[in-house]
Design a binder for this molecule. Structure first.
Ligand SMILES: Cc1ncc(C[n+]2csc(CCOP(=O)(O)OP(=O)(O)O)c2C)c(N)n1
Length: 368
């Protein structure tokens, strides 16, 4: 008689991804495919959300041009990710704490970072990291995964203080391979910290396709290893992203612990503007497929069909945004030139001897 296998590996694998269906409300043509999930948003809120997404698209175009003119420095393009970025942030409160990554600048500006400061951050100017006191956010994190462990700590701090605020963070598909990703999610789970952990899966980590990060069928299912809920959502659908985020916020704020959300999205541009060329690692067909899924197209159609949006409105917003960007870049130009003494003063509250000596030397040099 054949020995019965103790483990059915095929069965184990096939069952894994079934609890992570992609949540969608608006399809590619802007039709409501899941009316039951429709978020409770007033007409003016729907328009405000669309305005933020259009604003972000214009910002991306202008930032790209400004980088090419040498008027901005580091820039990670955001076009294509508007629903993932802005609709998720739209569900959060002004007092909630945002710890984003290097691509998550649009959310940060909507959360309260003055645009001129965002530009100074891109240029590498210290004033770009001096935040208004009421801005509950950290500067964009460059070390992938670090924002996840820090978010767990911020969320635990909020919980210990009895605050009703929550912390939220973003990383990319590539970021889910980091040790810090797992540690952050695990810690937040173990301490039931009020955190929302977003993974923006745009298909690529620089040139590396998502399939090379992990054999896991979804990134949302990684939540299982940490014992917390994981959700996969259509990241090109602003309504779905908003609704899932809003429900996650309510869940975590009620003391139930963190939530992991995977948004399925795409970046139309290169990884950054520092030399990445997407034609070397992805096809025109893939680009075109995702162009059809553009979050602006479906939201525009949805709002137009409700009589809430038209071309005139959009054109006026585009002009207004361009003017706002122009004013902000000019304002950034006015920032004082950075000095070594300023950096030395920022290093310690009470400087040690070696820093004191360097400070004196640089102050003398700068006074010349
Ligand atoms: C800890 C760490 N390792 C490597 C890098 C270099 N790096 C910068 S961006 C990037 C790819 C990240 O891809 P993903 O997480 O998918 O986010 P995306 O840029 O697509 O938004 C890498 C490896 C880094 N910044 N930090």
């Amino acid at each position: 008689m054949a020995k019965h296998a103790a483990v059915d590996f095929e069965q184990l694998l096939s069952g894994q991804a079934t609890d992570f269906p992609e949540i969608q409300i608006l399809n590619e043509t802007g039709e409501v495919v899941n009316p039951d999930l429709m978020p409770d948003l007033e007409d003016d809120q729907l328009v405000a959300l669309m305005r933020q997404m259009v604003w972000s698209r214009v910002l991306d175009q202008r930032a790209t041009a400004l980088n090419r003119q040498g008027r901005l420095g580091f820039y990670a393009p955001t076009a294509g990710e508007e629903a993932s970025q802005l609709a998720s942030a739209f569900a959060m409160k002004k007092t909630d704490w945002l710890l984003g990554g290097y691509r998550d600048v649009p959310q940060l500006i909507q959360h309260g970072l003055p645009l001129a400061k965002a530009f100074l951050w891109s240029r590498g100017h210290v004033v770009g990291n001096e935040y208004p006191a009421d801005l509950h956010a950290l500067p964009p994190q460059i070390i992938i995964g670090a924002q996840y462990v820090q978010t767990a700590g911020v969320a635990l701090g909020l919980k210990k203080n009895g605050s009703d605020e929550v912390a939220w963070t973003y990383t990319g598909d590539g970021g889910t391979s980091q040790g810090d990703f797992y540690e952050g999610v695990n810690f937040a789970g173990a301490f039931k910290a009020p955190a929302i952990l977003v993974v923006q899966n745009n298909g690529f980590a620089i040139s590396v396709p998502r399939a090379k990060q992990t054999a896991a069928e979804t990134l949302a299912q990684k939540a299982v290893a940490m014992g917390i809920p994981g959700i996969q959502v259509d990241g090109m659908d602003a309504l779905a992203v908003y609704e899932v985020m809003k429900e996650a916020r309510a869940f975590t704020a009620a003391g139930n612990g963190p939530v992991l959300i995977e948004t399925l999205t795409y970046r139309y541009g290169p990884h950054t503007l520092s030399g990445d060329d997407p034609t070397r690692y992805r096809s025109k067909e893939t680009d075109e497929l995702w162009q059809k899924r553009d979050p602006l197209i479906r939201m525009r159609q949805f709002l137009t069909s409700k009589g809430l949006w038209d071309k005139e409105q959009e054109d006026a917003l585009i002009d207004q945004t361009k003017a706002e960007i122009k004013a902000a870049i000019n304002e950034a130009d006015q920032a004082p030139k950075q000095t070594v003494s300023r950096f030395l003063k920022d290093t310690y509250e009470v400087a040690p001897q070696n820093v004191k000596a360097q400070l004196a030397a640089y102050e003398a040099k700068e006074a010349k």
